[in-house]
Design a protein around this ligand. Structure first.
Ligand code: NAD
Length: 337
């Protein structure tokens, strides 16, 4: 029985990198029944909704989606795509692996960042405080950290480490200053870590020191877990260490549902020119294959992709080559063996 997966090609370069990715998975013989849906501007064009009910219904059925980048329409009345997806499916873990493919400044980076996706400063509880005549004399943003939210994200990081044969989890925090919210996250993290003692190493870093250690000696990190805002910043820093957004996949994971995506946007400057690098979406599709239990094809496709890049003969422009999306995709398929 083929596994049903919702496919949202997306906007801008989305359809072209989604076609490339589907072509590679089909060539590898992956047994997937794609349910093509629209969102973003394509959703507005068809249903006047950037996140149409038909798309949400499809994900409710399949519980797995591969998503290209989406353009959020500017203007009143439209739902925010990411918020709608995160809320509907309670996608609490944002997972961003980063691995050196072509050694540059660093040779051996293999870090997976696990970011809490639903709490912290991003819950949207903000307001201005009027003082005298000034309605915006002060502003207040509230960070909510819960015991339950902290426990499930740290546990997710440890379980990820176990499932992927990783050795260490680093918890990143700022509990020395934010003693309550960050203090709770750290306390809960320590408690969860004790359950994995002897199986997975555990260490703690303060966020500012972590930012420095990442650019000084990133090879020392393995799985990293942190709260929403710190995770947002560190995940881009980490992708910069391994060659930028063209090679950065991501996953948003909930208890029942997972959405895999390229981290980059719709790249309107190069859309429709057949020059986009499909790499991030290909790597996201490999994460998806692992999630649905097809580790063999995930490894085969990742190996073919990485060896195409290491060989350096057929590369897209962002990686210093001249090949188009189609030619690069053909080169990866030729290496599938
Ligand atoms: P972007 O990631 O689209 O582009 C930044 C730069 O990187 C551009 O020069 C672009 O050409 C280049 N680039 C990005 N992906 C590439 C690829 N695969 N191959 C080669 N070059 C690539 O960021 P932006 O310009 O800030 O955003 C454009 C649009 O994308 C906005 O509408 C934004 O809202 C949306 N966006 C969507 C997502 C998402 O759906 N996950 C994420 C970020 C931005």
């Amino acid at each position: 029985m083929p596994t049903p997966v919702t496919l949202i090609p997306g906007d801008g370069i989305g359809p072209s990198i989604a076609d490339a990715t589907v072509r590679i998975l089909d060539a590898a013989g992956c047994d997937i029944a794609w349910d093509r849906q629209v969102a973003g501007m394509a959703g507005v064009a068809r249903w006047n909704d950037p996140i149409p009910d038909a798309t949400l219904d499809s994900i409710k059925q399949t519980r797995v989606a591969l998503k290209g980048p989406l353009e959020t329409p500017v203007g009143e009345g439209f739902r925010s795509i990411n918020v709608a997806l995160r809320k509907t499916f309670d996608l609490y873990a944002n997972v961003r692996p980063a691995r050196t493919i072509v050694p540059g400044r660093f040779e051996n980076i293999d870090i997976t960042l696990v970011r809490e996706n639903t709490e912290g400063l991003y819950i949207g509880v903000e307001h201005y405080v009027r003082i005298g005549d000034d309605p915006r004399a002060a502003a207040e943003s509230v960070a909510i950290i819960t015991r339950q939210g902290s426990e499930r994200i740290v546990r997710y990081a440890f379980e990820y480490a176990l499932a992927h044969g990783r050795k260490k989890v680093t918890l990143v925090h700022k509990a020395n200053i934010l003693k309550y919210s960050q203090g709770l996250f750290l306390d809960v993290g320590r408690m969860v870590a004790r359950e994995y003692e002897g199986r997975i190493l555990f260490e703690e870093r303060i966020i500012d020191a972590m930012a420095m250690h990442l650019v000084m000696r990133p090879e020392q990190f393995d799985v990293v877990v942190t709260t929403n805002l710190f995770g947002d910043i560190l995940s881009d820093e980490i992708s910069g260490l391994v060659g930028g957004l063209g090679l950065a996949p991501g996953a948003n994971i909930g208890r029942n549902t997972a959405i895999f995506e390229a981290v980059h946007g719709t790249a309107p400057d190069i859309a429709g020119k057949n020059i986009a690098n499909p790499g991030a979406l290909i790597l996201a599709a490999c994460m998806m294959l692992e999630h649905i239990g097809d580790r063999d094809n995930a490894t085969r496709i990742r190996d073919a992709f990485e060896s195409t890049i290491r060989e350096g003969r057929v590369l897209t422009r962002d990686l210093g080559g001249t090949a188009g999306t189609d030619a690069f995709t053909d080169a990866v398929i030729a290496k599938l063996g």
